[in-house]
Write a protein that binds this ligand. Structure first.
Ligand SMILES: N[C@@H](CCC(=O)N[C@@H](CS)C(=O)NCC(=O)O)C(=O)O
Length: 310
């Protein structure tokens, strides 16, 4: 099996989603800790511009966005599945809601002064200011919910999920965890780190028990790798074959053309290269970096925009 090189940082909720999936599948993986704010020169050497956290590297293949990372991990290690035959489609839709709507309700809730105080208690003020400035630029023009709306909405979402779990179900869609559980969990994991604001979770005892069950899954078995070693591994590694995924045209852009791919929501830094995968669920470009050599950077189709470079 190819080595899984995971680029992340401990406090990242989306990284926690994938660390738990590694745990569920009892995997060994290599852990590269990356900076929390820009600059992220070693990340960008691999991705060509994409800066969100986390990314998964397998040799010279770089996978962006946890929706795609989860699919890649499932394909390599199908058992136990996180996309069961009977509930896989519901799980994906619930996961997409959790990774977008729920997550962007939790962020403004946690980023209130009380949450910031808990998370950055001992951090020098200059670092906190640098973090706030970085995330302001990262969000760009994406609308931001006020803390009061976030708290009110969160209450409703919590009650709905609590009701799903109270139906004597161990996990959101049945007896085993699916992608929906991992996607919903990481937002609540983030709230737990926000000191007194975590009290909003307390009335929901089924949700609390569910969080305990998910936490117990653990993170599998990781060993540390430096970002320089990861770049060496890309330069020395090979890329996976790209020809086996059927071409799925929605843009009138052919394989082999020079393109730009960027997230549609926030952190919209584009990646440029030669289009080598344009499949139903996945896009990828081949690009060359002076340090990482030739790499293929992969994205899910959902949440990304593809355009021809001028
Ligand atoms: N849709 C993305 C969202 C990833 C995301 O928003 N990650 C946050 C951290 S949890 C991030 O990139 N923050 C800015 C940064 O780390 O530079 C995914 O599923 O991977």
């Amino acid at each position: 099996m190819p080595d899984l090189i995971f680029h992340h940082y401990p406090a990242s909720p989306f990284s926690e989603k994938i660390r738990l999936i590694f745990g569920r599948k009892n995997l060994r993986w290599q852990s590269v800790i990356i900076p929390v704010i820009m600059p992220k020169d070693d990340v960008v050497a691999l991705t060509g511009g994409y800066r969100k956290t986390p990314i998964l590297q397998i040799g010279a293949d770089i996978y962006c966005d946890t929706a795609l990372i989860a699919d890649v991990v499932e394909e390599l290690h199908p058992s136990p599945t996180i996309y069961p035959e009977d509930t896989g489609a519901e799980a994906r839709i619930l996961a997409q809601w959790a990774d977008s709507t729920l997550f962007w309700t939790v962020i403004p809730y946690v980023m209130q002064p009380a949450g910031l105080q808990s998370m950055f208690g001992d951090v020098p003020p200059a670092h906190v200011q640098a973090f706030i400035a970085d995330r302001k630029a990262f969000r760009g023009t994406a609308p931001r919910m006020a803390a009061a709306e976030a708290a009110g909405s969160l209450q409703i979402y919590l009650e709905r999920l609590e009701r799903m779990l109270s139906d004597s179900r161990a996990f959101l869609l049945g007896d085993a965890p699916t992608i929906a559980d991992f996607s919903a969990y990481h937002s609540f994991w983030f709230i737990r780190r926000a000191g007194s604001l975590a009290a909003i979770l307390e009335p929901n005892s089924h949700l609390g028990d569910w969080m305990t069950r998910i936490k117990q899954i653990g993170h599998g078995d990781s060993t540390e790798l430096s970002s320089g070693e990861a770049i060496d591994s890309a330069r020395e590694g090979s890329c996976a074959a790209t020809a086996n995924l059927p071409f799925h045209d929605a843009h009138g852009i052919a394989l082999g053309e020079q393109v730009r791919i960027a997230p549609t929501d926030y952190g919209i830094d584009p990646v440029q290269g030669e289009l080598v995968i344009c499949a139903a669920n996945e896009l990828a470009v081949r690009r060359t970096d002076s340090r990482a050599g030739e790499v293929i950077v992969h994205f899910p189709r959902l949440g990304f925009q593809l355009s021809r470079t001028a």
